[in-house]
Design a protein. Structure first.
Length: 382
């Protein structure tokens, strides 16, 4: 198939292409790695001949990135990129549903601006309908979050419906303060997973962030009880810039409670909601111990998979942290119509990587940054 330039392109599983008639820039959405094709190589790609181009085969021996591209072309054809394809990527993976904005903590960095004073919640009928549409679209994982989902009357009904619909992964992202033994037993019967956040090994450091005395002890107790119940538990360690934070000691503390080392992640707080970006370090310099809750689990790492987040006021975002990019409201059109909208994406992207990098203070992964850059009309800052 010959592709008429200029047009934004998608090549499964993770390549985004921007052609400006003289140079075709190809960007791997997994890590932001880029490759420029000019002259005969550009023409061969657009005309579907790159696999047979001798110069391309020669470049494979010199460029691992060209090898990645050739490997993708061997199993997929490039296609025109619209909003639906940009959001879906290599396939719908995880849906985040904020059941309520109410929370029993007041974390200083909360991306959802949740607190005990927030009364907004999603109605049960809307949650059930949204879960059904998500499963029909092909979502394989759902995370029930908030606020704190354990405070929502819809938590158990939503978990039951997700299990009935056959979601392979159902995860509860909670601080654990409301996790009673009875509730844990009911959720365990549904074989859910859990995700928690911790703000350091020092109870004082953690409690300053949550603004709830004793919350460090209570969250760790919930983590330990989920592990003892033989349920999968991920824990994200978040550095909020508090004095006394010690990453190594925090990891040791969690491992001592029985949390698997590869289920422990690390990140700094992001500039979303009440958060302020705290780290001057480049993302590549940040220590990694796994994936950070509430991000995607290990089996989706490195894939340009599609995610979506439904906030407690019904708005849909491409990522739970992309709160400047509302896609629509489920109360008006429903999740499926919002995500399948084939509208255009920003094709004026000579500086796509620069714009995507401008989202680093808000978004952890490259795939979300690239989507943000192509959905927004302006850079994140400036």
């Amino acid at each position: 198939m010959t592709i008429q330039a200029p047009a934004p392109l998608y090549l499964a599983p993770s390549w985004i292409g921007i052609d400006n008639s003289s140079c075709l820039e190809l960007i791997d959405g997994r890590d932001g790695a880029s490759l420029e094709l000019t002259g005969s190589l550009r023409d061969a790609f657009l005309e579907g001949r790159l696999l047979d181009e001798p110069s391309a085969q020669a470049m494979v021996r010199l460029s691992p990135l060209m090898g990645r591209l050739i490997g993708s072309l061997a199993v997929a054809n490039p296609e025109l990129l619209d909003r639906h394809q940009l959001l879906r990527g290599s396939g719908w993976s995880r849906l985040f549903i904020e059941l309520t904005g109410q929370c029993n903590e007041r974390c200083s960095h909360c991306y959802a601006s949740a607190s005990p004073d927030v009364a907004e919640s999603l109605g049960e009928d809307l949650v059930i309908e949204t879960l059904g549409q998500a499963r029909e679209l092909g979502f394989t994982s759902v995370q029930l979050t908030g606020g704190d989902p354990l405070l929502a009357d819809t938590c158990l009904p939503a978990a039951r419906k997700a299990r009935e619909l056959g979601f392979p992964v159902i995860e509860i992202y909670t601080n654990g303060l409301a996790l009673t033994d009875r509730l844990l037993q009911e959720l365990a019967e549904l074989e859910v997973c859990f995700a928690f956040s911790i703000y350091g090994q020092d109870p004082l450091v953690h409690d300053v962030v949550t603004q709830v005395s004793g919350s460090h002890r209570r969250t760790l107790d919930a983590v330990e009880r989920t592990v003892k119940a033989d349920l999968e538990a991920r824990v994200g360690i978040i550095d909020t810039g508090q004095t006394g934070f010690n990453l190594e000691a925090t990891v040791d503390l969690l491992v001592g409670l029985g949390v698997s080392a590869d289920a422990i992640g690390f990140d700094v707080q992001r500039e979303v909601g009440r958060g302020n970006y705290q780290s001057a370090a480049q993302d590549s310099e940040l220590p990694k111990a796994g994936d950070l809750a509430p991000l995607l689990p290990d089996e989706l790492t490195g894939v340009f998979a599609g995610t979506a987040a439904v906030s407690y006021d019904g708005y849909v975002y491409p990522c739970i942290f992309s709160r400047d990019l509302p896609l629509g409201c489920i109360g008006e059109t429903g999740l499926a119509a919002i995500l399948q909208d084939p509208g255009p994406v920003n094709a004026r992207m000579d500086d796509l990587l620069e714009i995507a990098a401008g989202w680093a203070d808000r978004l952890t992964c490259w795939k979300c940054r690239i989507r943000a850059a192509m959905l927004s009309k302006e850079p994140a800052h400036g």
